[in-house]
Write a protein that binds this ligand. Structure first.
Ligand code: AMP
Ligand code: MG
Length: 338
């Protein structure tokens, strides 16, 4: 199913540095243990208020829980020396992340280019047929969001609404089977404009684009460039300004881990990171959660995920990596098309 996407284009989890072990989770709001703080560098102003120190302490905590084998694998992935006893390997890995995070943080502050506070993962499900033609008028039937706090590296919120399709209100058997979304679920749902208003409210309540810098993240370009774009035309509303730029995680993953695009399907990314898909594939919310797990692991590995695609005049364009890191604008109802 993911080939299809590839070709055309409060539940909380926490990041893990090693494998998908549930035990490895830090609960949100859990305190960082003394050892982890001790391992973090001293702030020049002798306090730990800067978010980078919390990030370093969290990374140290994860490293402390890694087995020797996991440490060796991680060091090897990072092309660092893999020799030595467990404590030596731990120290080496901690130093690597500490240096990387402090350098990144200093660079960002130097440029007035602070990193996103939040990344909002979106993975739409849409009406479809088996072998639908390229001009198939997909309508969004599920609008999920999973919000990542980039400082604590936790999922801090989820949103999910099903959407009633208006052009073709009857789902194909293929679509029901693929997505697990039933006719009853969409019949009971609100049409897209109503759901979009709830989305705007949800983002506003979290002060995204006002108090906090944020951007969206998707698995491939289609969620925005195809599904949202078509849906806005069908619903006769303008394409929302706040969804014009996003991170295409497939591109980021390929560039960061230096793998070709053929190895950036969601299942492959999870597999290569030692994670298993959790939930039901093609459920928008479960897909979003799993995409978020990949994003969290990449952030943990030191990748600075940045918006790399945008929509301009109905066209999908690439954002060069040299562009300044801008957050998405505050969410707003886009208005009707004239
Ligand atoms: P996904 O995020 O991979 O679940 O896909 C998003 C949407 O793309 C689905 O809700 C379908 O509308 C469409 N889609 C995905 N895979 C297929 C497929 N094999 N055939 C037709 N449409 C598909
Ligand atoms: Mg999906």
């Amino acid at each position: 199913m993911e080939e299809h996407k590839e070709n055309i284009h409060g539940k909380d989890v926490n990041v893990k540095m090693s494998n998908g072990d549930e035990d490895d989770k830090l609960k949100p709001g859990s305190t960082i243990c003394a050892k982890e703080v001790e391992d973090a560098p001293q702030a020049s102003n002798s306090n730990f208020s800067h978010p980078v120190y919390k990030e370093i302490a969290l990374a140290n905590g994860h490293i402390n829980r890694m087995s020797k084998e996991e440490l060796r694998n991680k060091l090897s992935q990072l092309k660092l020396d893999t020799r030595g006893v467990k404590d030596v390997m731990k120290k080496r890995l901690k130093s690597h992340y500490k240096k990387q995070k402090l350098t990144q943080s200093a660079a960002n502050e130097g440029q007035g280019d602070a990193y996103y506070d939040y990344i909002c993962v979106v993975d739409f499900e849409a009406t479809c047929e088996e072998d639908n033609p390229p001009d198939y008028p997909h309508e969004i039937i599920e609008f999920p969001m999973v919000l990542i706090n980039t400082h604590t590296l936790e999922i801090v919120g989820t949103f999910q609404e099903y959407v009633k399709p208006e052009l073709c209100p009857t789902l194909s058997d293929f679509c029901v089977k693929l997505t697990g979304i039933t006719q009853e679920m969409v019949d009971a749902a609100k049409p897209f404009p109503v759901v979009l208003k709830r989305v705007v409210k949800w983002l506003e309540e979290r002060e995204l684009g006002t108090k906090y810098k944020y951007t969206f993240l998707t698995d491939g370009a289609w969620d925005m460039s195809k599904f949202l774009n078509i849906q806005c035309r069908v619903s006769q509303i303008r394409y929302p300004q706040f969804a014009r730029k996003w991170i295409n995680i497939r591109k980021s993953y390929g560039n960061f881990y230096k793998v070709p695009r053929t190895q950036t399907k969601l299942s492959t990314m999870l597999d290569k990171l030692g994670l298993e898909y959790e939930g039901r594939p093609h459920s928008g919310l479960d897909d979003s959660r799993n995409i978020a797990r990949v994003a969290l692991r990449m952030l943990q590995d030191g990748c600075q995920l940045r918006a790399n695609e945008h929509m301009h005049a109905g066209q999908l364009l690439t954002i060069p990596s040299s562009a300044p890191l801008e957050g998405s604008p505050a969410p707003r109802w886009p208005g009707n098309r004239k």
